[in-house]
Design a protein around this ligand. Structure first.
Ligand code: 5GP
Ligand code: MG
Length: 174
């Protein structure tokens, strides 16, 4: 596999979109007690850039989910890092890299809802609606993607490419 010759989204395109998502969130969550829950590892850069653009105070926490998806995607998800803050009564905004099948996000949503937050929303930089296997929507979406596998800006292929500032499509090498 190799990277596309040119980025699918450049760092500056991403920064613009992230800033506008942050503006929207800052308006919608004005006056509320918010926990920004960054989903590791893919949400590393997105989460950190997004919270720096907010104009409202938030608490920050992390969650790390590991999904076991063999041939038949089971949707069984283990939490390698569970949230450390009490989410009860808080307005939780989940900050994710990509919504793909939706199985991981659904499991995270269920885990968060078990803590009885005041509200939960999903904010994902990328969304691949055509790949969805469960009925789940993000409330805040950066960009919709076709069925491409993308890397960079926190997103990996076998733990490579997370450090790249731009987002590339991973293509078969010829
Ligand atoms: P889902 O449970 O929605 O199928 O999977 C979501 C997770 O799969 C994402 O958080 C991400 O870690 C991984 N994933 C899905 N699509 C892509 C992609 O195009 N590129 C990368 N690097 N990871 C992806
Ligand atoms: Mg991954």
């Amino acid at each position: 596999m190799k990277l596309s010759n040119t980025p699918l989204y450049t760092a500056s395109q991403i920064q613009q979109r992230v800033a506008s998502l942050a503006t929207q969130l800052s308006q919608d969550y004005q006056g509320r007690e918010v926990v920004a829950l960054i989903v590791l590892k893919g949400g590393l850069h997105f989460g950190s850039d997004l919270i720096r653009n907010l104009t409202i105070p938030v608490a920050v926490d992390f969650i790390r989910a590991k999904s076991y998806d063999g041939a038949a995607s089971t949707g069984i998800v283990e939490f390698l890092i569970p949230p450390s803050l009490p989410l009860n009564g808080k307005h939780v905004v989940i900050l994710e890299d990509i919504l793909d099948t939706g199985l991981t996000a659904r499991a995270i949503l269920e885990r968060v809802q078990a803590d009885r937050p005041a509200s939960v929303a999903i904010c994902s930089l990328f969304d691949k609606p055509a790949r969805r296997k469960v009925d789940l929507e993000g409330q805040y979406i950066g960009f919709e993607l076709d069925d491409h596998f993308v890397v960079g800006y926190g997103m990996d292929y076998e733990e490579q490419y997370r450090e790249l500032p731009d987002v590339y499509v991973l293509e078969p090498s010829d």
